[in-house]
Design a protein around this ligand. Structure first.
Ligand code: P6P
Length: 340
């Protein structure tokens, strides 16, 4: 006899419960989150069968970041643009794959929200079947609908109303927060639904994992090199040694560290003085999630969430994960490094 499912909850019903906390809600926000969920299912379907169809490999073009555009990158971007622009809740769409933001026509609905996203992060790993992910952040516009401009787009992470990521791995998981806890949903492909699997995720205060690409060590300054060396050798007074885990796919590294504890580091180097990662479509949304799960995210000097971007593609050094570990890193990078 098939077991009758117990307290299964879909992501849609979870979002509707969230909406019920705001009696005056129009349903725009819930509709937007559902559009993102729909896009995630479509992207996930293509990612999981990428090896079977002619969607692996590169398009032969470069994106605004100067990175080779993978076919799935391009596909995921188009899916997001089509799914999020349909119902008028969004006034600006910003993508890691597009040089300029897209402003939707004033006639199209309330245009209450701005969405900035990385449609497929870590895509250089796709052909090797390594986990990849989508990251998004949702802000509310600050000006009236007829005067939407760059001031509405270039907001700090502290103003986010929601953020999330989808990790396409051994299973497809959708993790999001709207400021009331961080919640994870696992896709059941047999029914095509994201089901609540990780309610109220809280990240361990400190972890045993550090994630950094040590091939860049020669490009780091002395403080960063000393911090990483100390992490490797084990911090004074801390039990056990750290383990290095670096997948080369931010969403996968972030997700593991969120659940198990740990810290991801992408420091600046001589040739990348602001680091590699993008503030609006990567660092700020993940920082919003990290802080809502009890973690922290820093650029080495202060909270990622307090940084106001000067451009859509502004880059930022990133130290993110277990709160105590990231605060320790920040303290040692922003001082003379004498706190180790
Ligand atoms: P590197 C992927 O391109 C990405 O943006 C993140 O997903 C990943 O953590 C990082 O860059 C890898 O960069 O320079 O170590 O190859």
């Amino acid at each position: 006899m098939t077991q009758v499912p117990g307290n299964l909850q879909t992501i849609e019903s979870h979002m509707l419960e969230l909406q019920s906390l705001h009696p005056g809600a129009s349903g725009d926000f819930t509709g937007l989150l559902n559009d993102i969920t729909f896009a995630a299912k479509i992207i996930g379907r293509e990612v999981t069968k990428a090896g079977l169809v002619d969607i692996l490999g590169a398009t032969g073009e470069e994106n605004v970041q100067g990175e080779v555009v993978q076919k799935l990158d391009d596909y995921a971007n188009k899916v997001f643009m089509n799914c999020l622009g349909r119902r008028g809740q969004v006034c600006i769409l910003g993508s890691e794959e597009m040089a300029e933001p897209v402003f939707t026509p004033v006639s199209q609905g309330s245009g209450r929200y701005i969405v900035v996203f990385d449609p497929l992060d870590g895509s250089s790993n796709i052909d090797a079947n390594v986990s990849v992910g989508t990251i998004f952040g949702i802000w509310r516009r600050r000006s009236d609908r007829t005067h939407v401009g760059m001031d509405d787009l270039l907001q700090p992470g502290r103003n986010l109303v929601a953020a999330g990521y989808i990790v396409y791995g051994s299973s497809t998981m959708f993790v999001y927060t709207a400021g009331k806890g961080v919640h994870g949903f696992t896709l059941d492909p047999s029914i095509g639904e994201f089901l609540l699997s990780h309610e109220n995720i809280t990240t361990p205060f400190h972890g045993q994992v550090y994630s950094v690409n040590e091939a860049y060590e020669q490009g780091w300054d002395d403080k960063i090199r000393t911090v990483v060396d100390t992490l490797k050798m084990g911090r004074p007074g801390r039990e056990g040694r750290m383990s290095g885990r670096y997948i080369g796919s931010l969403v996968a590294d972030f997700h593991r560290n969120l659940l198990y504890g740990g810290t991801y580091l992408y420091p600046p180097t001589k040739d990348k003085p602001r680091g590699k990662l993008r503030l609006m479509c990567e660092a700020a949304p993940l920082a919003f999630i990290a802080e809502n799960a009890g973690g922290y995210a820093s650029d080495g000097a202060g909270p990622i969430l307090d940084i106001t971007p000067d451009t859509l593609h502004a880059r930022v050094p990133l130290y993110i994960g277990s709160r105590e570990d990231v605060l320790w890193i920040e303290k040692n990078l922003s001082s003379g490094g004498h706190n180790l």
